[in-house]
Ligand binder design. Structure first.
Ligand SMILES: O=C(O)CCC(=O)C(=O)O
Length: 257
């Protein structure tokens, strides 16, 4: 059975991270990375900043994410700069997730430096907050900046991890499924026109994580195909996601969204 490892943040070891990267295990689920109360406070701040900064009430995400700016570098760095103020407002009273994730990884990999990614144009976006409402799903896809982000310096990383903090769950649906198949270039023939891949790209072996609680942090190797099932409940699913890129030789880790 290919099953995730549910673990306390204090107990993560180098071996656990290696096992994620190699696909030995599909996911690390760090329980109670934030408390329920902290998640509720963050959600309240998100609601306020939606009113302050955005007109759209049906906003689907807060903060830019690189893949929607694959060929619009200038816009991406401009939006990332604008996001700094919103980020500061949301995390005025609660420890910023970047800091908390960096500290956790630093303890596991003390010889690595870890920081927000930057290049000549400026800092990358630290994370993206996604608000998924009833009916929304995310099709089978992979995230691989080495292939998709060729315009950006971080495409030179050796390995990539995805970290998703669950701030609010829907009553039903919105489960993460990870397939035991890694993306390869030849898979591009299965690519959908808009986003993701047809189910032919994966085999049956997969892992469905349906018991994620608010406050849990899910870490995966995003080059393994993954999807999010349709949200069926009235409560939106709200997550905060970032990627970590590892440079093995330089012992350096950078974060971006
Ligand atoms: O929301 C999730 O759990 C996963 C999101 C995802 O698929 C991604 O960030 O690539």
């Amino acid at each position: 059975m290919w099953t995730p490892l549910f673990i306390d943040s204090q107990k993560i070891s180098q071996k656990d991270l290696k096992n994620i990267l190699s696909g030995e295990i599909p996911a690390l689920v760090v329980r109670n990375f934030y408390s329920e109360t902290q998640c509720m406070e963050i959600i309240k701040k998100i609601e306020t900043s939606k009113k302050t900064y955005f007109q759209k009430s049906k906003l689907e995400h807060i903060g830019p994410f690189l893949m929607s700016f694959a060929t619009r570098k200038k816009d991406y760095f401009q939006k990332s700069k604008e996001f700094q103020k919103i980020n500061q407002d949301i995390f005025e009273r609660i420890e910023n997730p970047s800091t908390r994730i960096f500290n956790m990884i630093q303890k596991v990999l003390p010889s690595f430096s870890i920081s927000l990614a930057e290049q000549d144009e400026g800092y990358f976006s630290p994370f993206v907050i996604r608000i998924h409402r009833k009916g929304k799903s995310i099709p089978i896809h992979k995230d691989n900046v080495k292939y998709e982000g060729k315009e950006y310096s971080i495409s030179k990383i050796d390995q990539q991890l995805s970290c998703v903090l669950h701030l609010q769950e829907s009553e039903t649906g919105g489960d993460v499924i990870i397939y035991k198949n890694q993306w390869e270039k030849k898979d591009e023939r299965y690519r959908n026109i808009d986003f993701g891949y047809t189910p032919d790209v994966v085999t049956k072996e997969c892992c469905k994580i349906s018991n994620i609680n608010k406050g849990d942090l899910v870490i995966i190797n995003p080059n393994y195909y993954h999807q999010v099932t349709k949200i069926l409940g009235e409560t939106p699913r709200i997550t905060l996601g970032m990627f970590l890129g590892i440079y093995n030789e330089n012992h350096k880790i950078v974060a971006w969204a």
